[in-house]
Design a protein around this ligand. Structure first.
Ligand code: DC
Length: 212
C-alpha cells in the first residue's frame, strides 16, 4: 500500500505546479500534473476537428483516444504517438477550450480512473482542481494553494503567457461536476505574499507533522 496522495488544488497561476513539483522532489514522490491530462484531451479533440461545446462529439473520441499517460523520471507525462506532448498543451487554442472540455462529466470520469491508478503504483503529489474533493477525498494531505487575482495575473504575464485565467477560474468553479473548490478539510495557503520556499516549507511541515 502506498502512502495517501498529497492533494494540491487551486486556481490557475497560483503557483501550485511549482510547489507540487518541489514537494514531490523533497519527499521522493512522483509529481502528477492533472491539468496536463485535461489539456491533452482538449488538444487532441481540436486536432480531430471536434467541437468542444458538443459533449457527444468529445465523448465519442474517448474510447479510442490514442493518448498515453506515463511518467518521465519523477514527473507525469502525456504521450501521443510515442512523443511527449509539451508546447501543444499551453497553446492559445488549448487554453481557450480546456475548461469547456473539463466540464464534461464523461471526460472527468475517464481521467479520474487514470489519476487514481497512479497512486496504486507509487506515492504521488497530485496537482489540480478536484484532487482533495473528488480524486482522493480520504487523504489527510490536502492543500488549497491560492493567490490574489492581481498576483496570479502578474505571474502569468511574467511567464510570457496570455491566458485569461479569471475566465477559466470562473468556468472551473461554476461547473456542476467536480468544480474547483477548497475541500472543507484542506489547509488554505495564500501565496500572494510568500516566496516559493516559504510555501513549500509550510506544506512540508504539515505533511511531516501528520506523518509523525
Ligand atoms: O492546471 P491547469 O491550468 O493546467 O489546468 C487546465 C484546466 O484543466 C483548468 O482550467 C481546468 C482543468 N482541470 C480540471 O478541471 N481539473 C483538474 N484536476 C485539473 C485541471
Amino acid at each position: 500500500m502506498n502512502p495517501p496522495a498529497i492533494a494540491i488544488d487551486g486556481p490557475a497561476a497560483s503557483g501550485k505546479s511549482t510547489v507540487a513539483k518541489l514537494i514531490a522532489k523533497e519527499l521522493g514522490y512522483t509529481f502528477i500534473n492533472t491539468g496536463a491530462m485535461y489539456r491533452a484531451i482538449t488538444w487532441y479533440a481540436l486536432r480531430r476537428g471536434a467541437n468542444p461545446a458538443d459533449a457527444a462529439q468529445i465523448c465519442a473520441l474517448l474510447p479510442e483516444i490514442p493518448l498515453e499517460f506515463g511518467k518521465d523520471g519523477t514527473c507525469s507525462t502525456v504521450l501521443f504517438e510515442g512523443r511527449v506532448l509539451s508546447a501543444e498543451l499551453t497553446s492559445p487554442e488549448t487554453n481557450q477550450y480546456v475548461s469547456t472540455i473539463a466540464a464534461i462529466p464523461e471526460v472527468r470520469a475517464y481521467l479520474l480512473r487514470k489519476q487514481r491508478e497512479y497512486n496504486k503504483v507509487e506515492p504521488v503529489v497530485m496537482e489540480g482542481r478536484d484532487i482533495g474533493s473528488v480524486v482522493f477525498p480520504d487523504t489527510p494531505f490536502k492543500y488549497f494553494v491560492t493567490a490574489s487575482p492581481e498576483e496570479r495575473a502578474r505571474r502569468r504575464a511574467k511567464q510570457g503567457l496570455t491566458d485569461s485565467i479569471t475566465e477559466r477560474d470562473k468556468k472551473d468553479a461554476s461547473r456542476a461536476c467536480a468544480p474547483l473548490t477548497q475541500a472543507p478539510d484542506a489547509l488554505l495557503v495564500d501565496t500572494s505574499e510568500m516566496s516559493i520556499e516559504q510555501v513549500v516549507e509550510r506544506i512540508i511541515t504539515d505533511i511531516r507533522t501528520k506523518l509523525a
